[in-house]
Design a protein around this ligand. Sequence first.
Ligand code: PRT
Ligand code: MG
Length: 216
Amino acid sequence: MITLALSKGRIFDETLPLLKAAGIEVLDDPETTRKLILATNLPDVRVVLVRASDVPTYVQYGGADLGITGRDTLLEHGSQGLYQPLDLQIAKCRMSVAVREGFDYAGAVRQGSRLRVATKFVSIAREFFASKGVHVDLIKLYGSMELAPLTGLADAIVDVVSTGNTLKANHLVEVERIMDISSRLVVNQAALKLKQQPIRHIIDAFAAALTPPTSV
Ligand code: PRT
Ligand code: MG
C-alpha cells in the first residue's frame, strides 16, 4: 500500500491533475466526505487528509509514504528524514512582511528600533530579520495574522500572500518579499527504499506532467 498525505483545499485541488497523470483518481471529494482516508482507483494507493502543517510530520514518521507540502511549512518543520525530489510549482504564493498603511517600516528598520513581528512562520521570520541585522520580538500566532498590526499587537506581520486581496481588505501593505513559495513532493526515505518501484512511478509521472512536452 502507498499512502499519500494531502491537505484539503488548494493543495488537494492542484494535485489532482498530477495524480491523474500518474493514473491515480481519488474516489471521494474531500469537501463533502467526512472520511479521512480516501480510496483511489488503484487498490494499493490511498490518500490521507491531514492538516497542511501536519503533512511533513506524517511523512517523516512514516504515517504516509509521500506528501505534498508548501515550502513555508517545510522550512518551519525542518526537512529531516524527508527526501524532496520535486518542486511541483503548485499552490504558488510568496512570504512577505506587511505593515499597517502609513506605518514607517523603512524608518523603523533604519533607526534600529526593535520591531514587534507577529507570525505563524517564526523560523522563517527569525532567519530573515537576522540576515538583515534587524532586531525583532517575534510573537507566535496560529492564524489571522492580519489582525495583529490593526490591534496594536505587532508592528508587522510575516505571512503568505497570494493575490494581496486579504492585505488590501485590512489596510495593510506589503513592504518586503522574503521568498517565493510553491509546494514540494516529500517522500519518506525508508519508504523510498522499501517501496521503490511504485514510489518511483509516482515521482516520474509527476515529473513528466511538470515538464512541458518538447516540440517536434
Ligand atoms: O488553513 P490551515 O491553518 O489548516 O493551514 P494552511 O493555511 O497552512 O493550509 P492551506 O491549505 O491554506 O495552505 C497550504 C499551502 O498553500 C501553504 O502552506 C502555502 O504554501 C500555500 N498557499 C498558497 C497559501 C496561499 N497561497 C494563501 N493565499 N497559503 C495560505 N494563503 C492564505 C494567507 O495566509 C492569507 O491569509 O491566504 C491569505 C492571503 O491570500 P490573498 O490571495 O488574499 O493574498
Ligand atoms: Mg489556510
